[in-house]
Each structure stands twice: as C-alpha cells, then as structure tokens.
Design a protein around this ligand. Structure first.
Ligand code: ADP
Length: 447
C-alpha cells in the first residue's frame, strides 16, 4: 500500500480524499494556489505545498507543478478528485512517465471515454443501448440537415469534447439547425479546443439515470446501482438521489449488469459512471465519466461502501473488497449541491463566511470545506457544500433533508439553500415524478 498520496484538487473533494487516506493510514499531501493558502484542505492534510498563482491554468491544471510537488514530497500516487485534471489522459501519461501512480483508470480508457463520439461507438459495440443519432461526427451543415431529417426534430447538437453542460445546442426544426450547429461547434472550439460535433435525437421527458460501476482492471467489475440526477439547471445537476424513484429491482439488475459487463470486457480499473437518459422504460447511453462523481456519496450511503478507499486499493494493485452478491441497497439517500450563488439569477457570490454551522444528527453527512471566517476565493467553482441525507426510505430521507437544511447556517454570502427549501414544497419533488426538464420549467414559472 502507498505511504503517501497527493491530492490534485481543492475544496470538499480534497477533504473527502484526505479522510479516506487517513483512515487507511496513508499520509496526504495537499496542493494549493496562493489564493487557497488558508483553505481547509491545506489545513487538514499532513503536508501542503503551493503550486502557483490563483488562475487554475497556472496551479490546479499545471501538470508540471503537480508532478514537481509529488516529487518534492515523495508522494507515490495522485488522486485527481473530479474536474481539473481528473479526465486528462496526457496528465495520466505524464505521471506514468515519472513513475507516479494515478488513482484512476488508464490514459487509454480516459481518452476513449473523453471523446463522446468514440465513447458512444465503444459502448454500442459492447452492447450498451445508445440515443439514436448520427453515426459518428457531423462535418458540415449539409450532413447535419440530412441527419436532422432522418432522425426527426427536435435534435441536439453536441460537441464531442463537451462537458459540464457546455457545447450542446437544441434545434427544434430545420430552420434552427444552422444556428445551433454553428454555436455548438464554436462552443466546442472555444471551451475544449475541438469543434467536432455529433447529433442526437432530443428526448422530451427523460430522466437522467447513471450507473455507478467499479472495475479491478483485470476483467472483474461490479455495479452499485443507479443515481437519479434529473433535477438539473442548464444541464448541471443540483439534486441527486439513490435509488432512483422510477427504477425497480429487475430494471436495475439488468442495466447494471450490461454496464458492469461492458467495463469488465475492456479491463477498466477503478470508479466510473455510465450515464443514461431513461424514457418509457428504455435506457439511452449519453456518456461515461472515468472518475469519481460529485454525487458519489448517495451511492456510498445506500451501499455502505467507501468508494475512494476502493479506488486507492485498486490503484495499489489490491483486489476490490466489494462483490456483486454482497451489494444490497439499504434505504434511500439524497444529495443537494449548495453553491455560493444568489438565487434566482444564480450569480456567483464569493466572499467571507461570517458564521458557519453544519447540520448533523443521524443520517446526515456534510461534505464541505467551509469554516467560520473563511473567504471563498472568486477563481473556482461555486460549489461550497454537499449535504447528503440517508434514511430508511424516500419519505424519511426527504424529511431528514428538510430538517438538516433548517439547521444549516452560512452567513456573509448568498447560497442556493433557499432553492432547496422551495423544492421540498413541490409535489413533483416529494413524489419523485420529474424529468430532466422539470426544474428549468419550474424556475421559469417561479422566478
Ligand atoms: P455533459 O458532458 O456536458 O455533462 P451530457 O452528455 O452528460 O453532457 O449531458 C448532460 C445533460 O444534458 C443530460 O443529463 C441531459 O439533461 C441533457 N441531454 C444530453 N443529451 C440529451 C438528449 N439527447 N436529449 C435531451 N437531453 C439531453
């Protein structure tokens, strides 16, 4: 087992990894920009090292700075968290060249799944059902119009390198195709340096259902059921739950096996998430994330598994401790993402926290890097806390969420907490009867 690992990230996810490592008796190294010198992950890690100025391109995204930090501190492995370098195949390759272990899959698997066209093609060949659409990339408007005619409007044009909801454009009719096609391409180019796009049928009322998978890199793999992440704003998740209110045991076992078998076939190592849209009882693959997801704690809650410790074990060459037959769902879990943003416009509002009180009690987990007097820097993602609740069933989890939200105090800045108080009054949320478009429509009607 490793003696020391470096965490190439910040905020709550850096704490999450430090905690997992500490329980395993593994030392932790935090890296930070000058803007994060007082951040919680720096305080909590065994060692910390500054890797550059505030902009993430010069710090958290600097491969050279991070490799130097690992070499100086003698860290044998690097956990990337999510975001930043977590799905960067060149980073993984560079680590390999320097004899440092990446806690995650191979560079090759990251490369294949990081390009959505290749990912779809690979998954299709492995027997995973996909959204109807273009065969591979769509090079020009003429081809786009032909695809639109063939599959029928509405369609969605997606940048193959896209992520975080960027580089996706809807075309409701032929008349809207030209604009949508050009915008998706230019967003792909400007955000991800790649203007290749493909086209999919736009589903009108699907749920977002994702399957958590885990592979040992040697042909062994399990699935840990699904998460329903349908409550989204601008294609970004805000509220996630497990198990999914619309998924029964048989459906779960079937799609879970398809996904576990697919990643076993390619000898995938570590945690992964196979994302689907789910409509009228059918699953349609949209993408695979080759890392730990923000919403992984809901899965941990219902299965009683520490996914980060599993990642570390597999990266160290040990077998997985989880077996499919032992994985039984216990109760229901919900996560809400609390951002430093002012509702209803969702404008970021970094600043100083004058008072912070985290909720607690049975079945409540608060993953956050906040503390009294902390100043949230303006340079990074606005996620400041994840509140995760676990109860014996969905109504109990909802009641616990309401109770826990009532205990939370974050003074000095605005947060998205009022959104969740409001959502917990809505029938659709209470009954679980929603799809990926529900929240956008609700926000339009209520703000
Ligand atoms: P990203 O990598 O940017 O997260 P995804 O492909 O995972 O992009 O899609 C994110 C979200 O966009 C989905 O959860 C869903 O809400 C919406 N979406 C993606 N593809 C479609 C589609 N074919 N029809 C309708 N909505 C879609």
């Amino acid at each position: 087992m490793f003696k020391k690992i470096l965490i190439a990230n910040r905020g709550e996810i850096a704490l999450r990894v430090i905690r997992a490592a500490r329980e395993m008796g593994i030392g932790s190294v935090a890296v930070h920009s000058t803007a994060d010198a007082d951040a919680m992950h720096v305080r909590m890690a065994d060692e910390a090292i500054c890797i550059g100025p505030p902009p993430s391109t010069q710090s958290y995204l600097s491969v050279a700075a991070i490799i130097s930090a690992a070499e100086i501190t003698g860290a044998e492995a690097i956990h990337p968290g999510y975001g930043f370098l977590s799905e960067n195949a060149n980073f993984v390759q560079a680590l390999q060249d320097h004899g440092i272990t990446f806690i995650g899959p191979t560079a090759e698997h990251i490369r294949v799944m990081g390009d959505k066209i290749t990912a779809k093609d690979t998954m299709k060949k492995l027997g995973v059902p996909c959204v109807p659409g273009s065969e591979g990339g769509v090079p020009d408007l003429e081809t786009a119009l032909k695809v639109g005619k063939d599959i029928g409007y509405p369609v969605i044009i997606k940048a193959t390198a896209g992520g975080g909801g960027k580089g996706m454009k809807l075309a409701n009719s032929e008349a809207e195709m030209e604009n949508a096609f050009r915008t998706a391409r230019s967003e792909g180019k400007s955000n991800f340096g790649n203007d290749e796009v493909y086209i999919e049928k736009y589903l009108e009322r699907p749920r977002h259902i994702e399957i958590q998978v885990f592979g040992d890199g040697k042909g062994g793999a399990v699935h840990l059921g699904e998460r329903d992440c349908s409550l989204q704003r601008r294609h970004q998740k805000v509220f996630e739950e497990a198990p999914g209110p619309a998924i029964d045991e048989k459906t779960r076992a079937k799609i879970g096996k398809v996904c576990a078998d697919a990643i076993a076939t390619i000898n995938y190592a570590g945690a992964g998430t196979v994302e689907f849209l789910y409509e009228d009882g059918e699953f349609y693959f949209i993408e695979m994330n080759t890392r730990l997801q923000v919403e992984h704690p809901v899965t941990e809650a219902i299965f009683g598994v520490d996914l980060v410790q599993e990642q570390i074990n597999v990266a160290a060459g040990l077998p997985m401790s989880i077996k499919q037959d032992d994985l039984k769902i216990n109760g229901h879990a919900i996560e809400v993402r609390i951002n430093a943003e002012k509702v209803p416009q969702f404008t970021p509002c970094p600043g100083k926290i004058t008072q912070y009180h985290a909720p607690g009690g049975l079945g409540v987990r608060m993953d956050s890097a906040l503390y009294d007097g902390y100043s949230i820097p303006p340079y990074y993602d606005s996620l400041i806390a994840k509140l995760i609740v676990h109860g014996p069933d969905r109504p109990a989890a909802l009641a616990r969420l309401k109770r826990a939200l009532g205990e939370l105090i974050v003074d000095g800045i605005d947060t998205t907490t009022p959104l969740f108080h409001a959502l917990l009054e809505e029938d659709a949320v209470l009954t679980g009867d929603y799809n990926i478009h529900w929240l956008e429509k609700w926000l339009e009607a209520n703000t």
